[in-house]
Design a protein around this ligand. Structure first.
Ligand code: CA
Length: 129
């Protein structure tokens, strides 16, 4: 077997072994009824990537808490009201705010967002008087 044939076989093997991750990305994020269709506001955002569910931003390997929750039921709607990362905010609240539902580090932004909402009625009341 000459070197060109060996390189060709190696190239085909690399392509075939890399396809499952590429297929997983397209099916869980882009297929009809999946992430992009369910959350169109998050489509194209930083959430619309493998790191939504995987620890490795390139996908594959271990999943974050949101990815583990999704892996159990394979339904985004079924885990919307759960708090997969345990930060006190539901998955849907974090997705709506374009924050990672599998990363508790995003809590700071949401706390600030909630504080702003708490103060909003107070500001409106002040205008009335
Ligand atoms: Ca959460």
């Amino acid at each position: 077997m000459n070197n060109k044939v060996k390189i060709g076989i190696l190239l085909i093997a690399v392509i075939l072994f890399s396809m499952p991750e590429a297929m997983a990305y397209s099916s869980y994020l882009t297929d009809p009824g999946q992430f992009e269709a369910r959350y169109p506001a998050a489509s194209g955002s930083k959430l619309d990537q493998c790191v939504l569910c995987h620890i490795n931003p390139s996908g594959g390997g271990p999943k974050n808490p949101y990815g583990n929750a999704f892996g159990q039921v394979h339904s985004y709607s079924a885990i919307e009201n759960a708090d997969s990362d345990g930060d006190g905010f539901t998955n849907i609240a974090e997705i709506t705010a374009i924050k990672f539902p599998g990363d508790a580090a995003t809590i700071q932004f949401l706390l600030l967002h909630q504080l702003q909402h708490l103060h909003q009625p107070l500001r409106q009341e002040r205008r009335l008087f």
